[in-house]
Ligand binder design. Sequence first.
Ligand SMILES: Cc1cc2nc3c(=O)[nH]c(=O)nc-3n(C[C@H](O)[C@H](O)[C@H](O)COP(=O)(O)OP(=O)(O)OC[C@H]3O[C@@H](n4cnc5c(N)ncnc54)[C@H](O)[C@@H]3O)c2cc1C
Length: 445
Amino acid sequence: MTGFPITLAAPREHHGPLPDAVDVTVIGGGIIGLMAAWALARESQRVLLCEKGRMAGEQSGRNWGWVRQQGRDLAELPMMIDALRLWRDLPPGLRQAAGFRQTGITYLARTEAQLAAYQRWLDGARPHGVDTVLLSRRQTETMLPNAAGWIGALHTPSDGQAEPLAAVPALARAAAADGVTIREGCAVRGLHLSAGQVAGVETEAGPVRCTRVILAAGAWSALFLRAHGLSLPQLAVTSSVSVTGPLPELLPGAAADDRFAIRRRGDGGYTLTPWSRHEFHIGPAAFRHLLPFLPQFLADPASTRFRMAAPKGFPDAWRTPRRWRLSSATPFETCRILDPQPDRRALDGIRRCFADAFPDIGLPPIGRTWAGMIDVTPDSLPVIDHAPIPGLIVATGMSGHGFGIGPGVAGPLADLAMGRAPRHDLSAFRWGRFGRFRQRPSTAI
Ligand SMILES: Cc1cc2nc3c(=O)[nH]c(=O)nc-3n(C[C@H](O)[C@H](O)[C@H](O)COP(=O)(O)OP(=O)(O)OC[C@H]3O[C@@H](n4cnc5c(N)ncnc54)[C@H](O)[C@@H]3O)c2cc1C
């Protein structure tokens, strides 16, 4: 166990008997599944959301809490702009409980090449109406007077942050009050099909009839799909997080350079993390999907530390079953909450970088540390589409930036589940888009 506070020791907040039948079952109690379930309940759909562990026990509780338009792939911007509006328009009590505030996000450049990349992104994003600006060295020094080493910055004042540990549980309570049936400790083992179409799900607590399923299972989605004969090139990397004790205010929002990222939390401490350092455990899926992922690994080989095998029970561990019977326990019940070990070396390293950048503060005191497994696709964009099984919709592969956009993905998912034309162009997120070697070039920075 790591220092992550949501554990199985916590009593289940959402429990009770299962309905016999619903309109839509959502698999996964992260931000994506939850917001989709809530959107559908608001359209008078009967919705069941099943979470194998605890709400926000995986990525949606472990992330940095950034809610950003800045630096995103341009294909995601329309959904992200919706998401920001939805976060902002939460009822005041709920917005406060989720810790949402628009305090701005800043990328700090140490080289001219980084500034040029910021400018390129800004040129592409401006037609979407973002309020992002490029800051000069002097403006950057004014923003961060006691810091060292940055020659300019990209800054989006309307970007925001929320407290991941609080946000999803608070939103889940609101969704349950609006009619979503949420069940924690309730893994979905597989789909029931009738004439090739979704006819229901088998959960560990029994079957539930439904004709539509939204799979939002984060790092587990590819394993779930594979058991139904569907191949999705999705892998997972481990990313580590540390939490400092209270520190003086350096800047109100969140910021990062090419070494570390910080966000001032509501409690006065900072979430301090490596900007782009991951561990990757090599398992069978890594071999199966090597070719589509190769360009991504080769583009930035220094950011990934390769490990030989994932811990027992993890989605792509060598001994994790790939097929199972619906009548007995599945891998989803063996590992209720993915809780990887943080990379202490990386966390120690960025603590020193932080001290170099903010010499008045020096080495920050560290409280908790944890890690999360980020589900990634070959082009770092999610899949938001119908799957080849009629009735099954997939919303996964958020690739390290699904928390902020979560509320904005819910509308298009509801459109798909209701059989309507989606409100945004989802072609960049379609199922089956991945080429063998070459992917669509990313416009994210
Ligand atoms: C360290 C870290 C930092 C990040 N920082 C940011 C950030 O600052 N901003 C941002 O926007 N994004 C960030 N992300 C990414 C973001 O957290 C994810 O993209 C997002 O939370 C994904 O949400 P999700 O609902 O798809 O998946 P998850 O939150 O992982 O939820 C999936 C859920 O499905 C459940 N599940 C799986 N299989 C089954 C099954 N068969 N039955 C029932 N339940 C099942 C799992 O238990 C899990 O709870 C970060 C991620 C990490 C790990």
